[in-house]
Design a protein around this ligand. Structure first.
Ligand SMILES: Nc1ncnc2c1ncn2[C@@H]1O[C@H](COP(=O)(O)OP(=O)(O)OP(=O)(O)O)[C@@H](O)[C@H]1O
Ligand SMILES: [Mg+2]
Length: 224
């Protein structure tokens, strides 16, 4: 079974008289465990595609299957439940909650799931250790470096043991050395947990690590 299948997917943003066609006739299959890089010039439709893969938005036309399920048949509650349990998100700007300590930000990734408290605590501890932040668990985001903040965001995405991680420019705010560190860590964690990783990036050093590279130009997907 494919993790994702997209058939003839298009997305049109309708802003009154002006229609923006962000994706056009996208066909794509992604197997579990793949590492996909999505590249392409600005405005090409990369983030739009990631939003669709993350069940954050729906296509205008076309069909998407996720883990064998046709998404068009699901109501918003079912989509939210899938998103909360199966999909981890990582963004360029970390998106941490500034008033919460690192461990509480990670815990936030588990809150919709209704796990028992001791299981939550154990999972948070384990994932913070995996990203090398055990000694920063009580720090607020403002007390952490950019690379450390992104480690917290990665921990938050992984703590629920998702089947796929969607990352939009995850190292865009980091210097090259920190980028390599973070990328090494994500690669190791993905291998360890057989995770599928789909990364949008302008950075060809990061894209080179993928097992498959896709390019989106003016809403159309090409391989390579
Ligand atoms: N919510 C929206 N409403 C209207 N137009 C949108 C919306 N989101 C995206 N678009 C338009 O869709 C097109 C694709 O945008 P998208 O954000 O997917 O590009 P991108 O490839 O991620 O670009 P970048 O590399 O700059 O992040 C752009 O023309 C953009 O202006
Ligand atoms: Mg984008």
């Amino acid at each position: 079974m494919d993790l994702y299948e997209l058939q003839d997917v298009s997305k049109v943003f309708d802003q009154g008289r002006k229609k923006v066609r962000a994706l056009h006739g996208v066909a794509l299959k992604i197997q579990a465990g793949e590492r996909i890089a999505i590249q392409g010039s600005t405005g090409g439709g990369k983030s739009t595609l990631l939003q669709l893969l993350g069940l954050l938005d729906e296509p205008t036309t076309g069909t998407i299957w996720f883990e064998g399920q046709k998404l068009a048949g699901l109501n918003e509650a079912a989509r939210a439940a899938l998103r909360a349990s199966r999909i981890g998100f990582i963004f360029q700007s970390y998106n941490l909650i500034p008033t919460l300590a690192a461990e509480e930000n990670v815990l936030a990734g588990l809150m919709p799931l209704g796990w028992p408290a001791d299981q939550r605590r154990k999972a948070v501890e384990e994932v913070l250790a995996a990203v090398g932040l055990t000694d920063r668990a009580r720090h607020l985001p403002a007390e952490l470096s950019g690379g450390q903040q992104q480690r917290v965001a990665i921990a938050r995405a992984l703590v629920k043991r998702p089947s796929v991680v969607l990352a939009d420019e995850p190292t865009g705010n980091l210097d090259e050395e920190t980028r390599d560190e973070i990328a090494d860590m994500m690669d190791a964690l993905c291998s360890e947990h057989s995770l599928t990783m789909i990364t949008v990036t302008h950075d060809s050093a990061l894209a080179k690590r993928a097992s498959r590279r896709l390019t989106i130009k003016a809403g159309k997907l090409t391989v390579g």
